[in-house]
Design a protein around this ligand. Structure first.
Ligand SMILES: Cc1cc2nc3c(=O)[nH]c(=O)nc-3n(C[C@H](O)[C@H](O)[C@H](O)COP(=O)(O)O)c2cc1C
Length: 199
């Protein structure tokens, strides 16, 4: 079985729902299993105050999850057009994986949830690709052969799965956003399988 790491931060749950849909897509591919992991919130006292195991939801990621994964889906809410600090904080601890080349050649994709449609949805997706490119990962997006990409009036873009949560954060994930999140998980798993096969 190939382990596909789905690593995300979510404060209010929208990005977590996208992560679960991507996991559904991953698990639809025989030979692949989804490993959902999150990161703790950060504050100046994070090491002193955060419990080592979250009260609910996905476990906190360990560096070994990253080193051992066959593929990675990375997700964050939009924060001022960029990924949220807790996810960036974790990525900034991955220097040894970069030095060892642990992620080189592995497939990766990105996903986000944003309040407003033009409030940084796509820039967040692009910003999350940058550290993954430094790690040498092979970034995959969503092709227009996915019908929902041409029909969505909410989230979902060639750069990755996404959701528009609305000003109050309560807009549910719609059918197109859902289809694209599942399709992205499936595509990530299928790509990991192809790349894992010996030439
Ligand atoms: C500090 C902060 C900055 C934010 N910046 C943006 C932004 O630039 N554009 C936007 O549309 N939404 C922004 N939001 C809203 C979140 O991206 C949105 O509510 C998202 O759906 C939350 O995802 P979650 O439910 O996974 O936590 C921001 C929220 C916070 C707390």
């Amino acid at each position: 079985m190939l382990d596909i790491l789905i690593l995300y931060y979510s404060r209010h749950g929208a990005t977590r729902q996208l992560a679960q849909l991507i996991a559904r897509g991953v698990e639809s591919v025989p030979g692949c299993s989804a490993r959902l992991r999150t990161v703790p919130a950060v504050s100046t006292v994070v090491e002193a105050s955060a419990p080592s195991v979250p009260d609910a939801g996905a476990p906190y990621v360990e560096l070994a999850d990253l080193a051992q994964c066959a593929g990675l889906a990375l997700g964050s809410p939009t924060r001022f057009g960029n990924m949220a600090a807790p996810l960036k904080y974790f990525l900034d601890t991955t220097s040894n994986d970069w030095l060892a080349g642990n992620l080189i050649g592995k497939p990766a994709c990105v996903f986000t949830s944003t309040s407003s449609q033009h409030g940084g949805n796509e820039s967040t997706l692009l910003s999350m690709m940058l550290p993954l490119l430094h790690h040498g990962m092979a970034i995959i997006g969503l092709p227009y052969s996915e019908p929902a990409l041409s029909h969505t009036s909410g989230g979902g873009s060639p750069y990755g799965a996404s959701h528009i949560a609305g000003a109050d954060g309560r807009r549910p994930i719609d059918e197109h956003e859902k289809a694209l999140a599942i399709a992205m998980g499936k595509r990530l798993a299928e790509t990991a399988l192809k790349l894992a096969r010996p030439l």
